[in-house]
Ligand binder design. Sequence first.
Ligand code: MG
Length: 204
Amino acid sequence: MKIICVGRNYAQHIEELNNEKPSEPVLFMKPDSAVLPDKNPLYLPPIAKDFHYEVELVVKINKLGKFIQKEFAHKYYDEIGLGIDVTARDLQSELKAKGLPWEKAKAFHNSAVVSKEFIPKSEFNDLDNLNFSLKKNGELVQKGNTSHMLWKIDELIEYISRFFMLKKGDLIFTGTPAGVGPMSINDEFTGYIEDREMFKVRVK
Ligand code: MG
């Protein structure tokens, strides 16, 4: 299983980090070892000082495919979950400035919080108008709606599968909306799709 992540997929988040709006999706990967085991606290490794949360809708791929066309992309996923793309922001900024790959800042142990539960997409009226949000210590810090994605799920699958063969069980992190911010020890994060609680995790 691999995790393919999309960067810069929400205009307001691009602005908050002073990034350029990309002409194509920005992609990076996390290994399966990045997934935080269920019910474990989120131990942040001693590799950076400034860790950020980025709540993202997660798509679970259900079969093998490459060069998938947009109009068939919907056949390659049945379920939607929620995750946090945990980011070592200070390290990422360093790597970015040097033009180096981001993996050390994005793919470390526990850098992928993934909801245990995935919701069948048939339960939603419109996947391109889905609300999701993140609370930090009970306070709303991020809220997004998939209608604001620069590239929609099916377009992402088309693009990603040109470069990487998708396999059953692969996860796509579809990008974070505005409102990213720091994680500190003892913070508790709760993620929601619409009103449904998808995960609760404590930072250690
Ligand atoms: Mg992200």
